[in-house]
Design a protein around this ligand. Sequence first.
Ligand code: WT7
Length: 677
Amino acid sequence: MGDTNVLETTEAQIAVHWQEEDYYYPSPKFIGQANVTDPAIYERFSLDKFPECFTEYAEMLTWYKYWDTVLDTSDAPCWKWFKGGKINASYNCIDRHLKDNKNKTAIHFVPELEEERIDHITYQELYVRVNEFAALLRDFAGLKRGDRVTIHMPMSAELPITMLACARLGVIHSVVFGGFSASACADRIVDSKSRVLISMDAYYRSGKLLNHKINADEAVALAAKDGQVVDKVLVWQRYPGKSSTETPMADGRDYFVNDVVKKYYGARVEPEQMLSEEPLFLMYTSGTTGKPKGAQHGTGGYLAYVTAMSKYIQDIHPTDVYWCMADIGWITGHSFIVYGPLALCASTVIYEGVPTYPDAGRSWRIAQALDVNIFHTAPTAIRALRKIGPNEPAKYNYHFKHMTTVGEPIEPEVWKWYESAVGKGEAIIVDTWWQTETGGFLCSTVPAIKPMKPGSAGPGVPGIHPIIYDEDGNEITQPGIAGNICIQNPWPGQMQTIWGDRDRFVKTYFARYCKNPESKDWRDWPYIAGDAATRSADGYYRILGRIDDVINVSGHRLGTKEIESAALVVQEVAEAAVVPVAHEIKGKEPDLYIALKPGIQATDELAQKISDAICNQIGKIAKPRKVWIVPDMPKTRSGKIMRRVLGAISNKGDVGNVMTLANPEVVETIKTLVQKS
Ligand code: WT7
């Protein structure tokens, strides 16, 4: 990285800048009912109480056997939490609630079509369906503890049923976001070595019934080319008892779950007593290289952490109706639609479709119909809802006590609309900063204790001790100076490793500031999150954006290398460079620069072909704003593509001094091309 200021050349440079905002205080009504109100919680979780403090979180769960060691550091930095403990996640999210709450709704499934009835699944019904499907997975699909399964499903009640059935057996699930392409699904099948793929025939999106089964066929074919054979494809039906896809079922490979499961009606499966550190799931995420990495999350530590965060930060009580609008295919959905809320015996809402379908009032009608009182979404959705229906929330009779924002920085103006219009001035807001790798929240206010500050995530949550380092590893203590935000201590929700690539895990998250690579002491292994941040005098952190080659589109991570590799599959392409460009709703969008092989003409058709290649390989979410075919890339004398210069052009910013480049003249040419259109 040399001596150049890394922060200057990355997204932080084009991050939104704003002034310190005033505090907003929680209402006495909120405080009166909150799960935690005693500020002593920060004292209980101070660094000198580490790691024993986290037993408070583990105690929220039901264990077959208690742990011997709270934190085992012998394989640093692959920490093992609650070592020696035995536990099952499915038992904790279902069975333990049956005695007192079997008739309570666990899942409200809301179909996208408003003429279809909402499905209310009680804890007892969830128990029955998870057991039957677990029996099918074990006896029909031959799956056992430690096997991996890839799940490529849309938002549906069957998705958490599938995950919990895996967890019951100790099968490691790897859920791929339903909107991802077959090719992205295939990569994850190959990396996790899954021999079973679980899919669904179809789902609704913006009023259209999309054929999803076709992705399973393509994914299986692509995985086979890479040497991974999938021998069973289990397909749930959107309308049980009837197929909603024209894609044929391959004989001896593809099975409709709704047919096969009949053999298992009434079956009960004893939950596996998992070691606390055995993996619960993999969640693939983008990084600085082309290949997505499988964040491996453990069972006991992860579940303890998300349960505690749901209780203390989301303030979930068993009587609450909780709606997180994220997709279960992302970490937010795993932690805060499925595992956290269900471990606390809440009712969790799963909505199939688009929040603004068929109109801007849809989300608020759902909130009204189900009497939702906790609401959780991302700035990109808030911006979209504000744009198309700023006055819609007032038309509906719902009342939120609590709202969350997650995934990217929220502009104070948007925050204020969220607070006054969506929250009707009655709801508290938590701005939760965290990552796929961290399992649960890192920074946020504890809602009844700390006031809110628009645009700031807040201090570290209890037990998380952030620190900001400069490029040389010195702590930055002055307020308002940006640096690399790190966490000084391990915590139970932290990923255990990258699936199959321990070296990459150590390199990506620890190498930068590790004090001694031989050390078994956690103090020597600060975790680097990959975000730039500032801390203000009150100890609140403001997240500025990624310091690495990751672009945050609508709160979802895409690696620039991932998109560039997809573009390079088009054979006319010689070089590709992706930069983030600011977008009103999505936060950021990828802008793609292309240099063609010699003798090839730039045409609109070719630009379209490159854009299509990216959608096919990754998914529509990665679609570039524009494909700019340029005569040459701006390069340093050593041949490095200057993405900073391209980023400045895309964002109509200052390109700075380019005279040291190998080809400074190309900058003007590109600028004219981009800025005139
Ligand atoms: C990256 C992680 C956390 C679940 C959803 C995204 C950005 C996340 C915030 C926030 C500012 C945020 C960071 C982070 N981010 N939450 N509240 N304020 N930025 O998970 O896909 O792993 O992305 O999202 O840049 O590193 P992810």
